[in-house]
Design a protein around this ligand. Structure first.
Ligand code: B12
Ligand code: SF4
Length: 480
């Protein structure tokens, strides 16, 4: 028997028709840190706990129910983002129907985004937890075990019979150094493409209009560099097998305090941990300097990704991004100078965009020459200013509302920037990217490298196919 089972939802029960509908599936290549944090905390308090990932295991209802029946927990906790909400609803329904006595507890960004309206969406849950889960989950389990009242626990929305009780919020955790490190030993790290990830801070003060900050809030709470170093050291000693891929930083904003960021890199270097840190996101461009990038390179980082979002200063200002085109250009140049590859994420259609700005965007994009590009349409997640804006201001027209499906289509349009104009810009940006990549392949150095690598007719065919694809991609229409 296990006291608590924590669940990562996702591609649940594909045979029963609940396969995630998103193009390319749901990307779940990193371990669920939130669940691992809570597991470590409640385990330290004496409760037994297991974590399961329904993307990877118990993929039929029968197997899942058998597992729950064997473990016979007093509570099941499920984590929920907006994209997984329909699947969380299904898991909760199945659990309630088969095990009415097990308490169901749901938390995560989606709960924080929709708050007490969540019961309209997911009915079969006993508790919804707002904010950080460590202390709240622990108190719920303690109270269940000790038969204490369940209706006044801070940070919860509780269903007692037909009554819904919205309790006071719990204060955020002031000193994150006091938390035990995430319980990686309860995860099967073999499941993940990037098995190691770490969170060195919570919250972000920028409040970009498209970003949901309702879980951790607008106050940036860093862990000390020493505490982060201790966790990296612990990982390097206990998870050696996975180290070659490096450790992914899962922070919203790792470098709000650039000196703390440099200190972490120094501690890793000076103590010869030989661990590389990967930044798939989480680096603010406005605080980056050459010294930081030099330290990053010295520690083995090969590529960093920045949230560039837009190349227009008015649009960036309207999005509260806290960066402008000149910062973007400077940081890309500095990163390249430090011999680190640069990827950039762009949101094609933030408020303020129009056809005129689209032309400027294309011109500027052509001059950046990044190594990797990611383009997407702005997604109006509940809890964001963007969501409020497009649902209340007359200028906007909502095109589709199902946020669980990534249709690769704009979610809204305005008179200034119509659906067709947005799609045209998206396609044009892809085409610029492909031309830039092609140009890179056509330098004398790149051509001679390719020629030298030819060993057989198969190699010639492979290179020709690659080249042909690159050329045809420059003309391709990506979205219709
Ligand atoms: C790293 C990351 C990813 C990674 C890995 C996700 C993963 N599997 O863990 C990747 C790149 C795969 C990813 C993908 C996506 N992500 Co993402 N991601 C993040 C990021 C930056 C960190 C996640 C993390 O590890 N947090 C640290 C842990 C400790 O926090 P936590 O999980 O929220 O858990 C705490 C509380 O929420 C609460 N809690 C959580 N679950 C539960 C459950 C119970 C029972 C209880 C009691 C409490 C509780 O307690 C935890 C501990 O305090 C967050 C932003 C952020 N700061 O959290 C965005 C974030 C979660 N992602 C977001 C989005 C939109 C997505 C995508 C939909 C993007 C897309 N269009 O594809 C997908 C969804 C995929 C998925 N299945 O999750 C949004 C979610 C917004 C929303 N309302 O849903 C966030 C909040 C970013 C933002 N600010 O807008 N993401
Ligand atoms: S800086 Fe990044 S994490 Fe912070 S609010 Fe903006 S998008 Fe979100």
């Amino acid at each position: 028997m296990t006291d608590v089972i924590l669940i990562q939802p996702g591609n649940i029960f594909p045979n029963e028709g609940f396969e995630f509908k998103r193009a390319g599936g749901l990307w779940t290549g990193t371990p669920p840190l939130g669940l691992a944090y809570m597991a470590a905390y409640i385990r330290k308090s004496g409760h037994s706990v297991k974590i399961i990932d329904l993307n990877k295991e118990y993929k039929t209802v029968e197997l899942f129910l058998k597992f729950i029946s064997i473990e016979s927990p007093i509570a099941v906790g499920i984590t929920c983002v907006t994209a997984t909400a329909p699947y969380v609803k299904k898991i909760a329904e199945i659990l309630k129907e088969n095990f009415p006595k097990i308490k169901i507890i749901i938390g995560g960004p989606h709960v924080n985004a929709v708050k007490h309206n969540i019961f309209d969406e997911i009915k079969d849950s006993d508790f919804f937890v707002l904010g950080e889960g460590e202390h709240t989950l622990n108190e719920i389990i303690l109270n269940i075990k000790n038969k204490k009242p369940l209706d006044k626990i801070k940070g919860t929305i509780y269903k007692k019979g037909k009554k819904i009780i919205i309790n006071e919020l719990r204060e955020t955790i002031k000193n994150l150094d006091e938390l035990p490190f995430p319980a990686r030993d309860l995860l099967n790290l073999d499941y993940y493409i990037n098995p190691l990830n770490i969170l060195t801070s919570r919250g972000c003060p920028y409040g970009c209009i498209y970003c949901d900050q309702s879980t951790f809030g607008l106050k940036w709470r860093p862990r000390s560099a020493e505490n982060v170093y201790e966790e990296i050291k612990h990982i390097s000693e206990n998870y050696t097998k996975y180290l070659p891929r490096g450790i992914d930083i899962a922070d919203d904003s790792f470098n709000i305090d650039i000196n703390r960021a440099k200190k972490i890199l120094d501690l890793v270097y000076e103590n010869n941990l030989g661990v590389k840190l990967n930044f798939g996101n989480g680096l603010r461009m406005n605080t980056i300097d050459e010294e930081f990038l030099t330290k990053l390179k010295r520690n083995g980082s090969e590529t960093v990704f920045y949230g560039i979002e837009s190349l227009d200063d008015d649009v960036l200002l309207k999005a509260h991004k806290g960066q402008n085109f000149s910062i973007i250009k400077r940081v890309i140049e500095l990163t390249k100078k430090s011999k680190i590859k640069v990827g950039g994420f762009f949101i094609v259609d933030l408020p303020g965009m129009n056809d005129e700005k689209a032309k400027i965007t294309i011109k500027r994009l052509s001059g950046l020459n990044l190594d990797y590009y990611g383009f997407s349409f702005a997604t109006p997640y509940p809890g964001t200013e963007l969501h409020r804006l497009i649902n209340t201001e007359e200028n906007y027209n909502v095109l589709h509302e199902d946020l669980s499906i990534d249709k690769d289509q704009p979610f809204y349009e305005s008179k200034d920037f119509t659906k067709e104009e947005k799609i045209a810009l998206y396609n044009k940006m892809c085409s610029v990217r492909n031309k830039l990549i092609l140009k890179r392949y056509l330098t004398p150095k790149a051509i001679s490298q390719k020629l030298v690598s030819i060993r057989s007719l198969k190699d010639v065919k492979r290179i020709w196919r690659h080249f042909y694809n690159l050329v045809s991609n420059t003309k391709k229409r990506y979205i219709n």
